[in-house]
Ligand binder design. Structure first.
Ligand SMILES: C[S@@+](CC[C@H](N)C(=O)[O-])C[C@H]1O[C@@H](n2cnc3c(N)ncnc32)[C@H](O)[C@@H]1O
Length: 219
């Protein structure tokens, strides 16, 4: 679940099943999760700056493009994935679709990026919002277990502004995920973080949650 080749194969096969491109949602579409996301994009950290949003492990989901489309404040939405196949499919899709954002200053981009290397692209305190729909779940379920997910969480907390948030949409039970998040957040040297959870809903008998992690300055 954390291997580039596995995901490349997955997106190659799913795109070959239909003649025209169709977004693939691992679970839930934008409409189900929008009320968790859009209220976090109501205030700008700097008057002149674009809100910086990262959809981490975007796959071919419509989540990032929908945030770009519906944000009233100007934002730059970066949709990043380890799979170049997913990135190319999305780049081609938005080129043909020509999505119009509510705010004409908003920007949308797709990049190939291994989220364990987030620090190579983002300096500390530069992102306003990171959304992760199923990506940490994929890392947690890899052979290495939580090791890689912990590296990613640490980098997300570094890359976020103090006022920013990381939203993890996941089917992992709060008993396990909250304990892990709270332990990891306590272990951060420079920043600590507040952790909260809300239920999103059920899909095919599985309950999904939204974990919100907000860094706070310590000292
Ligand atoms: C469960 S899928 C979720 C995809 C999408 N967010 C959705 O909701 O449909 C996990 C995604 O994480 C990506 N991924 C896995 N490991 C990654 C890594 N180290 N860096 C960036 N993306 C990764 C995969 O390519 C895949 O697209």
């Amino acid at each position: 679940m954390d291997k580039k080749a596995t995901w490349d194969r997955f997106y190659t096969e799913s795109s070959s099943r239909t003649a025209t491109f169709k977004n693939f949602e691992w679970f839930f579409s934008f409409d189900t999760v929008r009320d968790f996301i859009m209220p976090l994009l109501q205030t700008k950290s700097h008057p002149d700056a674009l809100l910086q949003v990262l959809d981490m492990g975007c796959g071919t989901s419509s989540l990032g493009p929908s945030i770009y489309r519906h944000s009233t404040l100007p934002c730059r939405v970066t949709c990043a994935d380890i799979s170049p196949v997913a990135v190319r499919l999305m780049q081609e899709h938005v080129r043909t679709e020509a999505i119009q954002p509510l705010n004409l200053s908003s920007q949308l981009e797709f990049v190939e990026l291994d989220c364990t290397q987030l620090h190579k692209r983002y300096s500390s305190g530069t992102l306003d919002l990171i959304v992760d729909k199923g990506t940490t779940d994929a890392l947690v379920r890899s052979k290495e277990g939580r090791g890689k997910a912990s590296v990613v969480l640490k980098q997300c907390l570094k890359a976020l502004r103090v006022s920013g948030s990381l939203l993890q949409f996941s089917d992992e039970d709060p008993d396990a995920r909250l304990l892990w998040l709270e332990t990891e957040a306590r272990e951060q040297g420079v920043v600590a973080a507040d952790v909260a959870v809300q239920e999103v809903g059920e899909l095919r008998g599985v309950c999904y949650y939204c974990y919100q992690i907000t860094p706070r300055a310590v000292g």
